[in-house]
Structures are given as structure tokens and as C-alpha cells.
Design a protein around this ligand. Structure first.
Ligand SMILES: CC(C)(COP(=O)(O)OP(=O)(O)OC[C@H]1O[C@@H](n2cnc3c(N)ncnc32)[C@H](O)[C@@H]1OP(=O)(O)O)[C@@H](O)C(=O)NCCC(=O)NCCS
Length: 312
């Protein structure tokens, strides 16, 4: 059974309500039918018309949104207007407990979906920031964890500090455990240097991130700074980072910034022929973004992953 099938199985154990704000988009409508028919989740399709038909609920959400954001300058009029927008209405459904999670992005850009998620859903207690993990499934089963590689952060944080990188590393290990079923995440913090082979301020940042992550999660198998080959190829790991608990056998890969992460996942997908999808981590409730080029199957997979995250 591949990763997506395993995630769907888990989702079926406890059916969650997942709101789809792009409820008149044809791929989303088709995916919602599959999700419902296969008992993966209970989909809630939103359109401006469905929202207009429930004025009391929309007004309740507008009032709650105003309370949430008035200190940031949101007026009552602006809150009322936002509450009629399916993206904001969907976020408020999740915030108010009327849905367990949200999936969007077949039409909207990543930023359009992320901003309301960050403003309304916010980070989970104890989490410093929201980031993402890309779950990459490679045809070569000798790589990572039986072919499964977790890449982060490829979606959210353009230029993380050392402390933020450390938090991304720890959150990604947790995603590897809870969503991918990887019992022993082994986390490599990637760089163009392995254990001091090059010196540069960018390398220092990754080294500092490794130290912070070690102090925050001393029991986690985590190491850096490390080049990608040293992280994934046993022979290279053994020669470049002798004695490392991670080198050559990493299954979670932390990229130093968003450019590296985003380019890295696309190379793995296009040249390495990996199948992949992304999840956000660190939000108080699960909301996930799609690529605008997504297929119906991609939407179904992301809804299933969101439903599994909602169980935690
Ligand atoms: C995430 C992103 C949308 C934030 O947008 P922004 O315009 O910088 O937003 P702001 O800095 O005004 O922050 C908005 C809110 O989100 C919060 N926030 C921003 N980044 C955050 C993060 N990583 N984790 C948690 N909260 C965050 C801010 O604290 C702020 O909260 P507040 O309004 O309650 O004070 C922006 O960083 C972004 O566009 N990232 C890249 C996304 C992208 O295009 N990815 C492409 C790859 S597919």
C-alpha cells in the first residue's frame, strides 16, 4: 500500500468534516464526490450562493472575525465583507469548530490561502511558526524511508532564521511520524557544506539551527550541516560525516530557505519521478494548500491528509 492509500485508510477510521472553499471549481467538485463516496471525509463545498443562503451564520462569523482582528485594524464593515468570501468563511468554520479542516488552492494562490490561515487559525499552542512538509514518494525504495522522503520547508517561510529552521526541523519530524508513519525520523539540515567542509555565513546559520534543534529535541536523530549526497547516500555519508546518526540514512530533509526547498522538491518530482503532495504544519487546526495545477486525485489525497491531521 502506498503512502496515499495508508493516509486514506487512517482518514476512514474517524470521518472528519473538511471544508472546500472553492466549491464551484470542477476538480474540487469531482474530488468532493470521491471523498464522500469513499468515506474518506465529509466534504463541505462552499460557494458565494451557499454562503448567501445562511445569513445568520455569516453574521456570526463576521462578528467573531471582527473581534479577532479589530486590534489589527479590521473594521466591522470589512469583517462583514470578508465573511462573505468563501476562503474567509471557510477559515471561520474551522476556527469556530463547524468544520475540522480546510483544503484550498485549486484556484487561489498559496499566499491567498496562507494569509487568512495565519491570521485566523494561527499557530498551535507551543508552536513558534507555521511551515510545510512535502511528502515525496520515490520509485527507488532504497532512498529515505522505503522510498519516502519528507522535504521542508518548500512552501511557507522565504528566509527562515536559525531558530525558525530548528523549529521547522522538529515540526517536520513530527509530520513524518504522525502522517507518514515513520517510526524513527532521521533529520538532516542541508547545506552546501558537510561538517565544516566550507565556511560561509550561510553555513553558520545551518550549524546554529542544528545546535538549537538539538537543545530543543535532544532525543531526535538530527544532524547538520550536511550536503544532500551526504544525507542520502550511505557511502558518501560514511566518508563525509563519519559517526553521524543521520548521514546516509536521512528520511527528513530540511532545506536552508524557500528557494532551495521549492527547487529541490520540483527536481525530485520531475527528474526523480517522485509523486508528492504538501501539508502545512504548526497551525492550530489543519488547513492545506493545493497547487493550481492539481488533479482530482491530488485534492482527494490532500483532503485525506487534512482529515488525518485533524485527528491529532
Ligand atoms: C506566509 C506569507 C503568506 C505571509 O505573508 P506576509 O504578507 O508576509 O504576511 P505578514 O508578514 O503580514 O503576516 C500576516 C500574519 O501571519 C503571521 N505569520 C507570517 N508568517 C508566519 C509563519 N510562518 N508562521 C506563523 N505566523 C506567520 C504574522 O505574524 C501575521 O500575523 P498577525 O497579522 O496576526 O500579526 C508569506 O511569507 C509568503 O507569501 N510566503 C511564501 C508563500 C509562497 O508563495 N510560496 C510559494 C511556494 S508554493
Amino acid at each position: 500500500m502506498n503512502l496515499v492509500e495508508k493516509i486514506k485508510e487512517k482518514a476512514r477510521e474517524s470521518v472528519k468534516r473538511i471544508v472546500l472553499p472553492e466549491g464551484d471549481e470542477p476538480r474540487t467538485v469531482a474530488a468532493a464526490k470521491i471523498v464522500k463516496d469513499d468515506w474518506i471525509a465529509e466534504p463541505i463545498l462552499l460557494t458565494p450562493e451557499t454562503i448567501a443562503a445562511d445569513a445568520p451564520r455569516r453574521e456570526r462569523y463576521a462578528a467573531a472575525l471582527y473581534e479577532l482582528r479589530k486590534a489589527k485594524g479590521l473594521t466591522e464593515e470589512a469583517a462583514a465583507k470578508l465573511a462573505a468570501d468563501p476562503m474567509y468563511y471557510g477559515m471561520m468554520m474551522v476556527k469556530m469548530g463547524d468544520a475540522d479542516g480546510l483544503v484550498s488552492g485549486a484556484v487561489h494562490s498559496t499566499g491567498d490561502m496562507l494569509r487568512p490561515a495565519l491570521q485566523i487559525i494561527k499557530t498551535a499552542p507551543g508552536m513558534k511558526l507555521v511551515s510545510s512538509s512535502f511528502l515525496m514518494e520515490c520509485p527507488d525504495r532504497s532512498l529515505g524511508e522505503d522510498g519516502l522522503l519528507v522535504y521542508a520547508d518548500c512552501v511557507v517561510n522565504p528566509c527562515p532564521t536559525a531558530e525558525e529552521l530548528a523549529h521547522i526541523a522538529i515540526a517536520s519530524a513530527e509530520t513524518a511520524r504522525t502522517l507518514c508513519g515513520i517510526a524513527e525520523p532521521r533529520v538532516a539540515l542541508l547545506s552546501f557544506s558537510t561538517k565544516g567542509s566550507a565556511s560561509h555565513a550561510l553555513v553558520d546559520k545551518v550549524r546554529e539551527a542544528t545546535e538549537i534543534a538539538h537543545s530543543l529535541a535532544p532525543d531526535l536523530a538530527l544532524d547538520g550541516e550536511m550536503q544532500f549526497d551526504a544525507a542520502i547516500v550511505p557511502e558518501v555519508g560514511a566518508s563525509k560525516a563519519k559517526g553521524s546518526p543521520v548521514a546516509g540514512r536521512a528520511n527528513v530533509f530540511i532545506f536552508p530557505d524557500l528557494q532551495a526547498g521549492n527547487i529541490g522538491y520540483k527536481i525530485t518530482q520531475r527528474i526523480g519521478k517522485a509523486s508528492c503532495f504538501a501539508v502545512l504544519q504548526g497551525l492550530a487546526k489543519p488547513c492545506n494548500d493545493l497547487s493550481r495545477g492539481c488533479s482530482v486525485d491530488d485534492i482527494v489525497s490532500t483532503v485525506a491528509a487534512t482529515a488525518v491531521q485533524a485527528r491529532q
